[in-house]
Design a protein around this ligand. Structure first.
Ligand SMILES: *Cc1c(COP(=O)(O)O)cnc(C)c1O
Length: 393
């Protein structure tokens, strides 16, 4: 079966009492057992059925099964946000005295998780240029617990070669972990490009209409000790497991992901080309453009589509503010891959609490606007962008 069929036709692990066609929201936090011995087997992990919804819930399990079916992963764990999945992932590999080799080009909260929160627990952040393989080789040592990257960095749109990084992590016997939120996992094979784990904010493409927060760890099963820690320690002890309501909405999102995503990626490409043609636009960041320095690499790794995040630079921050204020159709909002298009000035919002120097080092520029392209008609979007950029009217 092709993925768009699998997204809809993943069987339930048990027949529903009323043969419901869609997975019901099992809004029950506890489950009853017939006898004490069976109950003990469940608590001992010998039988995998729900006992308490902080650790296992039928609706969430079904969402996880659909993602397994779509990715070919060994295990999938759903959390109540992308950050809950990322923190559970990194806490499963890190411990005091270890280091995480990653980049300064990272989602704001992941950057703060690594450089502030985990650092406080004795984990050293080693932030290097992941596009420079010899620099990565020099950074990794016997205390490195993982190499962590983002598939397409936000907002820099940088792509590192995971196949090269995987050669290094394999040599050291450590996992290569990628946050692949920017291109959905239905578009590429994480295992083929060398990943051991993917983490995803399912708040984005999967929820689609910004209906629910969610996060996923997609685990290819190469590190059984880490898999065990995710399913047991992290889900049980941190309490970040997905809620049944969110899982229900994200199951619905998965069913339409393919059509929504293809349309959004196509529109984003047209928007990126349109922006490139405007004299007021200094540069456009979109991996789907031939002019993007990582265009070919991105295609090899992540396939023919290039996501629905487009960044562009205007001459100064004031022009960015003016542009954002004049938008009539595109919403001034954070979030990515909503059904409606969104615009934000990352420098003064997502990264505002960081110093000028830190933002410079992260290549978060005051001149950059980030767009998330939705499902509107491309001509309506172009018209709004054009009128908002034509400032000297
Ligand atoms: C949004 C996002 C996150 C965080 O996800 P939440 O669901 O908001 O917690 C992490 N990484 C990337 C690349 C994101 O875009």
């Amino acid at each position: 079966m092709k993925k768009s069929t699998k997204a809809i036709h993943t069987p339930f692990s048990r027949r529903d009492a009323w043969d419901a066609l869609q997975i019901p929201v099992y809004n029950s936090m506890a489950y009853e057992f017939d006898d004490a011995a069976y109950m003990s087997d469940v608590f001992a992990g010998k039988v995998i059925v729900p006992d308490y919804s902080r650790v296992l819930n039928p609706t969430v399990m079904h969402f996880e099964e659909r993602v397994i079916n779509l990715t070919g992963a060994r295990e999938v764990s759903a959390f109540n946000s992308g950050m809950a999945a990322i923190s559970a992932m990194l806490m499963s590999v890190a411990s005091a005295g270890k280091n995480i080799v990653s980049s300064k080009h990272m989602f704001g909260n992941t950057y703060l998780l690594v450089t502030r929160t985990l650092e406080r627990f004795g984990v050293e952040p080693r932030l290097v240029d992941l596009c420079n393989v010899s620099e990565v080789e020099r950074a990794v040592d016997a205390d490195t617990c993982c190499v962590f990257l983002e598939s397409v960095t936000n907002p820099q749109t940088e792509v590192a070669d995971t196949r090269e990084l995987a050669k290094i992590t394999k040599k050291w016997g450590i996992p290569l972990i990628a946050d692949t939120t920017i291109i959905p996992f239905t578009e590429f094979d994480g295992r083929k490009i060398g990943l051991d784990f993917q983490v995803v904010s399912s708040t984005k493409y999967i929820s689609g209409g910004a209906t629910s927060l969610g996060g996923l760890i997609i685990d290819y099963g190469n590190f059984p000790t880490i898999s065990e820690r995710i399913k047991k320690e992290m889900v049980f002890n941190l309490g970040g497991y997905m809620t049944p309501q969110a899982a229900y909405m994200q199951v619905l999102g998965l069913e339409t992901l393919d059509v929504r995503y293809k349309r959004q990626a196509q529109t984003a490409k047209e928007i990126a080309e349109f922006l490139e043609s405007l004299p007021e636009v200094m540069s456009v960041g979109y991996i789907g453009l031939d002019s993007h320095p990582n265009h070919n690499l991105a295609k090899e790794l992540y396939g023919d589509t290039a996501g629905a995040m487009v960044t562009f630079d205007l001459v100064d921050a004031e022009s960015c503010y003016g542009f954002i204020n004049r938008l009539k159709l595109i919403h001034r909002a954070t979030n990515l891959f909503d059904n409606r298009s969104l615009a934000i000035h990352p420098y003064s919002t997502i990264f505002v609490t960081l110093s000028d120097e830190e933002r410079r080092e992260m290549d978060v520029r005051p001149t950059t606007v980030r767009l998330s392209i939705g499902l509107e008609d491309v001509e309506d979007l172009k018209a709004d962008l054009k009128q908002a950029i034509d400032s000297k009217k």
